[in-house]
Each structure stands twice: as C-alpha cells, then as structure tokens.
Design a protein around this ligand. Structure first.
Ligand SMILES: Nc1ncnc2c1ncn2[C@@H]1O[C@H](COP(=O)(O)OP(=O)(O)OP(=O)(O)O)[C@@H](O)[C@H]1O
Ligand SMILES: [Mg+2]
Length: 239
C-alpha cells in the first residue's frame, strides 16, 4: 500500500534521511524507534507530504505521492502529533468537524453525527462544547485521534502520541491505539513505549542517523538484538 524507495531528505548540511527503503502492507502495524534526531519525524512528514523529499520516491497504492492531490492524500493518510495540534480557538466538536465540512467531504449534519458517535465511543461526549485548554493532555490526544478518524483514513502516521503525557493518560491513549489497530487499520507509530511496541507491532524498525539499521519482529529487536547500535540504544532507554 505504501512504498518508500531511496528516500533522502536534507536540510542544508544536515542529512535527516539517508536512503530509506520501506514497504508497508495493508493492515500492518509498524513501530519506529531510534535516538533523538535520527529522522523518525522527518520520515513521517515526508510520507505525508509535509516535507518534500530531496530525492527518492514515495508511492501510495502504486502512485507517486507528489502526483496525488494534497487534500486527497491527507484524507487517506492521517497524521497525529505529540503536540495534538488542535485549534485552540475552536470547541472540541468544531475541531473534529471543521476539516471534513470545509473540504466538503460531508454535510454539517453528517460530520456532527459521526463526530458525536466517535466522542461517545471514547467517552468524551461531555467535552464536545469545551475548548482544548479545558481538557487534559490525554483527552486532547484522544480528540486529535478522533479528528483523524472522522476522515476514515486508510493509514495512520502517529508521532510520539504519548510523549507529552503523564502515565495515567499514556495508558488511555495506548489502549485507544490498540482498539483502532484491532479494526484493521494500517499504522506507523513512532514511540518510546517499548512495552507497547513489543505487543502492538508486526514489525519494529530501528533508525539511526537517517538510516534504517535493523527491522524485525519484536523478539528479534527486544529479546535477542544482535546489532551493536540497537543494543546500546535499548540499554540507554531501559535505564
Ligand atoms: N525543518 C528542519 N530544518 C532543519 N533541520 C531539521 C528540520 N527538521 C528536522 N531537522 C533535522 O533533521 C534531523 C532529524 O530530525 P527529526 O525531527 O526527524 O528527528 P526525530 O528522530 O524525530 O527526533 P526526536 O526523537 O527528537 O523527535 C535532526 O538533525 C533535525 O535537527
Ligand atoms: Mg520526532
């Protein structure tokens, strides 16, 4: 469904991505790990056209993403950030419905109906009329996830969804991601939650200095890591 070929992304002197190759099948759950600055966010941002690759090819369903209309691609490929990126001046219900209404993907009635259904499922209906500043971090992140889901994406790119949360909220958000994954969603998640990674992922990718160094099942990554850089990364985050 998604194919990344020889992807390079430079920012001036810095090579953030140095020849990345990756294929993602429909329904796959991929976790990306790696030290700060290794290019994890840049990779997700290139896939979603938030950054233009310096060279290389990204294909979605066989078509180069640069040839796909941005609105169309953003509807198929949802992105969720550590910092939620909610509109602070809009209520929760408006945050969720503004994009589909603006893009004329749904009527206002349809959008509200769907939004309330999702808010119900996530036990957040009572927050519909509130503003982002009135919600906890975990609630805000769950709203950000609903805002992606309402567009019925085919794949979700999720960048450190729990990075800004305290432990209680982390659990809620991880549980929600697991529920979404059980419905068959294709997901690429950047996270440092190694316990979650080990039961969630079909495949784990370890990046360092703009390259994919190792990829494999969670056992190969966590139980018997052979690569020295991976071993040293894991020992650092485990202490
Ligand atoms: N817009 C930008 N302009 C210049 N340099 C950038 C830009 N975005 C990222 N970089 C650089 O590219 C490299 C990769 O950054 P990236 O944000 O992808 O890392 P990351 O793996 O997501 O790190 P973290 O775990 O800290 O989020 C870093 O050296 C970063 O400083
Ligand atoms: Mg990042």
């Amino acid at each position: 469904m998604l194919e990344v070929k020889n992807l390079v992304k430079s920012f001036g002197e810095i090579t953030a991505l140095n020849n990345i190759n990756l294929k993602v099948k429909k329904g796959e759950k991929i976790i990306i790990i790696g030290p700060s600055g290794c290019g994890k966010s840049t990779l997700l941002r290139c896939i979603n056209l938030l950054e233009a690759p310096t060279s290389g090819i990204i294909k979605y369903e066989g078509i180069e993403t640069k040839d796909i209309k941005r609105n169309h691609l953003n509807q198929k490929i949802g992105m969720i950030f550590q910092s939620y990126n909610l509109f602070n001046h809009l209520t929760i219900i408006k945050n969720i419905t503004v994009v589909p209404i603006k893009l004329k993907l749904m009527t206002k009635e349809e959008a509200y109906q769907k939004a309330y259904k999702l808010l119900d499922e996530m036990k957040l209906r009572d927050k519909a009329g509130r503003y982002p500043r009135e919600l906890s971090g975990g609630e805000k992140q769950r709203v950000a996830i609903i805002r992606s889901l309402i567009l019925e994406p085919e794949i979700l790119l999720i960048d450190e969804p729990t990075g800004a949360l305290d432990p209680e909220n982390i659990k809620d958000v991880l549980k929600l991601l697991e529920e979404i994954s059980k419905k068959g969603m294709t997901m690429i998640v950047v996270t440092h939650e190694m316990n979650f990674a080990s039961y969630f992922a079909d495949r784990i990718i370890f990046m360092d200095q703009g390259k994919i160094i190792v990829e494999g099942k969670s056992k190969e990554i966590f139980v018997n890591p052979k690569n020295e850089r991976l071993k040293s990364f894991l020992s650092k985050i485990r202490t």
